[in-house]
Design a protein around this ligand. Sequence first.
Ligand SMILES: Cc1cc2nc3c(=O)[nH]c(=O)nc-3n(C[C@H](O)[C@H](O)[C@H](O)COP(=O)(O)OP(=O)(O)OC[C@H]3O[C@@H](n4cnc5c(N)ncnc54)[C@H](O)[C@@H]3O)c2cc1C
Length: 443
Amino acid sequence: MHWYEIKLGGKGYTNSGLSQVCRPDRVSDIAKYLEQVGKNGVIARGSGSSYADQTVNADGAVMMSGRLDCIRSFDEKTGELICEPGVTLKTITEIFAPRGFMLSVVSGSGQHTLGAAIAANMVGQNAHKRMSLAKYVNWIDVVLADGEIVRASHTENEELFKAVVGGQGLIGFIALISVTLLKRPEENVLVERRRINNLNDLMEALKSARKNADFCSVWLDTSAPADSVGRSILTTASFTKEPCGEPLFSLPKIKWHLPHFALYLASLPVFKNLRYRLSGSISKKVEPYESFLYLSDKVKVLSQKGVYQLRISFSEAEGPQAIRRILTELSQTRISACRAFLVLTKEDTLSYLGSALRGYTISLDFIRRRGLEDFLKHLIMVAGEHNGCVSLQNDALLEPRHLFVMYKNLEKFIKVRETYDPQRKFDSDFGRRLFLKEKKNEQ
Ligand SMILES: Cc1cc2nc3c(=O)[nH]c(=O)nc-3n(C[C@H](O)[C@H](O)[C@H](O)COP(=O)(O)OP(=O)(O)OC[C@H]3O[C@@H](n4cnc5c(N)ncnc54)[C@H](O)[C@@H]3O)c2cc1C
């Protein structure tokens, strides 16, 4: 049993802490490590790409899942994959896409581990069709605080399942997963990119995308002037039998490593304006499904200055008004996001801490600067006024009082946590920020 002292942080560089870190090699090691955990408990960590304090446990322990990356079995007939939590989404795609299978969730990056994708209840560009990954999880084996391994599924230990899915590692450690991979309908997708002038046009286009497209995401120009709020580029994609056109030439596939300055550039109004205008009014392209995936992995920005992400879900009824209000405030205050996306979502009834509603999920990244936290807290309040739900996945700023308003199943989550881990052996800076008992009593 080896422990190392390492300073770990979130991907957004807003939070970090010095922790005792272990990397179990086998599932059977997890319980042995848990016995040695002391003050401040332990939190699971996959690839560590949550932005804030989700996998930070200052003065506590962190258990990395990276070495637990064995694929135990795969059934070609049913698509059932049984594997350990440290297997990444990209690995699953690389192995099983050539055999005609796909994961139910298409996320921005393939670096995420499967265990974390379940613990963070990941949703992607096909969330309006498939919703979160959890729907396709057959069962998970969870190592609880006392070292016991318990199987949980939609029908067995259902409450535990609903708390672990989306539970951000605060209930137990997911040690083994059975998930159904879907048959990929075709090898290629027809990707269509369309420039949209304003929010009304965008909402109209999204109605049709919800019905017809397999995948859908929107890049938003957060610095558009008030009369063209909602100016955006809509990307939709659907499986197609059409073959890919052979390119006359292709650039070598390289991963771009850009300095922090690139993020700063991306948030400038002039850059956004240029991106919008250069995109062309409409473009269509057939490409292999695999190359359409994981766009975020093609560019890595090396920034340690701090990035906050605010991801909010709104219902279909409230969405247009709420999104208009947020975009108008961004335009008026000139606080431009360096990255702003919108996806369509279906209601998420699976996880007690699931945030997605049937409607829209807007995701905004901002470079840290003076006064930004207060502005983001104001946007959280705006979200609350429109019955929105701020996702916990990358959040750095929510407070317990927000949670009680936004998460209708919060009490159920707390009850499961008190049942399975009354001593809070599984804990993190995130857990202490949002679930302090004293704070709960203050509500
Ligand atoms: C570039 C980029 C693109 C993204 N795109 C999307 C997207 O399209 N859709 C989306 O929903 N999110 C997206 N995210 C957010 C990200 O998906 C989630 O934060 C995801 O969980 C990160 O995976 P990870 O392996 O890095 O997890 P970590 O950051 O390491 O962990 C995430 C959470 O899962 C818990 N956890 C990890 N492993 C286990 C385990 N074995 N048992 C129990 N709990 C565990 C951790 O404690 C933590 O709370 C994106 C983030 C980035 C940086």
